[in-house]
Design a protein around this ligand. Structure first.
Ligand SMILES: Nc1ncnc2c1ncn2[C@@H]1O[C@H](COP(=O)(O)OP(=O)(O)OP(=O)(O)O)[C@@H](O)[C@H]1O
Length: 306
């Protein structure tokens, strides 16, 4: 079955009870198909719904509605036959074991005791072999989890904020190991809230906010989209209609607090047109910072609460 996707999510929904009897639609209709061998970043701000989606993908949480398929099977089946493995944010490590013991236990479960040395070396754990897990830093613990996740040699690796707690050098080392894995054909889906990290590593970025996908495309496209300079102003509807006529490719990103946020392939043309629009007031040109632009892209998506 050559065409079976690595991941197929259809109309996934999951809500939780929030404070004061409200309902939080953590995941609000996510559909996503990932082909084998793709490296996909699941990018979104805190609370966007990334972890909840990954939990459903891994079969740790049951969706309220929608379906999850991993290589055409259920998450449970994919986990039990070693096709999918994960590095999650919390838990999973025994504090009293040493790093080597931890890796050996999981290796023995997968019949890979012979590979312990190689895996520990590849994940930068060799020098930490004798250290108790409880004495390892957050970043070091992430590396242990990563080593454990690669032991079953999964076709799909799911990583939730994998570099949390790592310093710059550790991050770089981690991603170079991941790149080598991906070059060998492993499918990787990782959650992050750093655009730079998604940009540096993923082939494709799925941008999520408010429990929904707000953009999905090749990394270069999303980078260009996020990299556009945003121009905003207080402007009325009639002038807006005129602007969309005179500025090629202008797009209304959102309207918030009486202000309209616009972007165009040439932001100078857009800004000039706005300055020449007599009733447009308080024209502002946003900086070119990728993180700011990313926030602008996701700010419009607010989660529906009842
Ligand atoms: N068990 C739960 N009970 C109640 N609310 C929850 C639960 N799990 C998640 N939520 C809420 O659902 C929303 C989505 O959370 P989720 O952890 O999936 O987001 P995230 O994108 O992974 O965020 P982060 O980057 O902070 O990890 C948030 O508003 C969160 O508070």
């Amino acid at each position: 079955m050559i065409n079976t996707p690595a991941i197929a999510l259809t109309e996934l929904r999951k809500s939780f009870r929030g404070p004061g009897n409200t309902t939080i639609n953590a995941v609000d209709g996510i559909s996503l198909t990932v082909a084998p061998g793709e490296v996909v970043a699941f990018l979104g701000p805190n609370g966007a719904g990334k972890t909840t989606t990954l939990d459903m993908l891994l079969g740790l949480t049951t969706p309220d509605s929608g379906t999850v398929h991993v290589y055409g099977t259920s998450p449970r089946e994919a986990t039990s036959n070693g096709r999918i493995a994960a590095v999650l944010q919390n838990g999973g490590l025994h504090p009293d074991f040493t790093v080597a013991e931890t890796v050996e236990i999981v290796a023995s479960l997968h019949g890979r005791l012979d590979d312990v040395g190689t895996v520990m070396y590849a994940t930068g754990l060799t020098d930490l072999a004798g250290r108790k897990v409880s004495r390892c830093s957050g970043g070091e613990q992430q590396r242990i989890k990563f080593a454990l996740a690669t032991l079953p040699d999964p076709d799909l690796l799911v990583l939730d904020e994998p570099t949390a707690g790592m310093d710059v050098d550790a991050r770089r080392a981690f991603w170079s190991t991941m790149r080598a894995d991906a070059a060998n054909g492993r499918t990787v889906l990782f959650a992050t809230h750093y655009l730079e990290e998604a940009d540096a590593f993923a082939d494709r970025i799925v941008l999520i906010a408010g429990g929904r996908i707000v953009a999905d495309g090749p990394t270069a496209d999303i980078r260009n989209m996020a990299g556009r300079r945003v121009v905003s102003a207080i402007v009325d509807d009639a002038d807006l209609t005129e602007l969309t006529r005179v500025v090629p490719g202008v797009e209304i990103i959102e309207r918030r607090g009486g202000r309209t946020y616009l972007a165009a392939p040439d932001s100078d043309v857009l800004a000039r047109a706005l300055f020449n629009t007599p009733r447009a007031r308080e024209v502002e040109i946003a900086g070119h910072n990728l993180e700011d632009a990313f926030l602008t892209l996701t700010a419009g998506a607010t989660r529906a609460e009842h």
